[in-house]
Design a protein around this ligand. Structure first.
Ligand code: RTP
Ligand code: MG
Length: 132
């Protein structure tokens, strides 16, 4: 069964959206395999987002993701990676459709509530980083 890594980012935890987000994944039919609250440190943040290390927003991205507790999850189901990205919506909440998590709860690309793996290979990599 395909797995994906989903993270409610610090803004989503602070705003009390964990339950709503978990509920959306449950309702879609995914199976929750693992979950934990975690304060991401600098090193884990830089490893998790390594693909963006050269981007101008990298420093702000690392500061943001380490700014408070996040809620990390592994969800299983058919096409979990792609289907989860559909529930999450586009990276920039301004472009995300209503009915998606980012479309319903976020206004800015810097604070977009939730992360989802972008490929099965990255899902395995991220699950290994957060649950070992
Ligand atoms: P994520 O990895 O967090 O699930 O988001 P994503 O796949 O939809 O987007 P990605 O391209 O991987 O970007 C990672 C995070 O970097 C921030 N970002 N800021 N200022 C900007 O132009 C910009 N572009 C991306 C976003 O917070 C995005 O979630
Ligand atoms: Mg990404």
């Amino acid at each position: 069964m395909e797995r994906t890594f989903i993270l409610v980012k610090p803004d989503g935890v602070k705003r009390g959206l964990v339950g709503n987000i978990v509920s959306r994944f449950e309702s879609k039919g995914f199976h929750l395999a693992q979950a934990k609250l975690i304060s991401i440190d600098q090193s884990l943040a830089e490893t998790h987002y390594a693909e963006h290390a050269a981007r101008p927003f990298f420093g702000d991205l690392v500061s943001f993701i380490t700014s408070g507790p996040s809620f990390a999850m592994v969800w299983e189901g058919d096409g979990a990676v792609k289907n989860a990205r559909s529930l999450i919506g586009k990276t920039n909440p301004a472009d995300a459709e209503p009915g998606t998590i980012r479309g319903d709860f976020a206004l800015s690309v810097e604070s977009n509530i939730v992360h989802g793996s972008d490929s099965p290979e990255n899902a395995d990599r991220e699950i290994g980083l957060f649950f070992h």
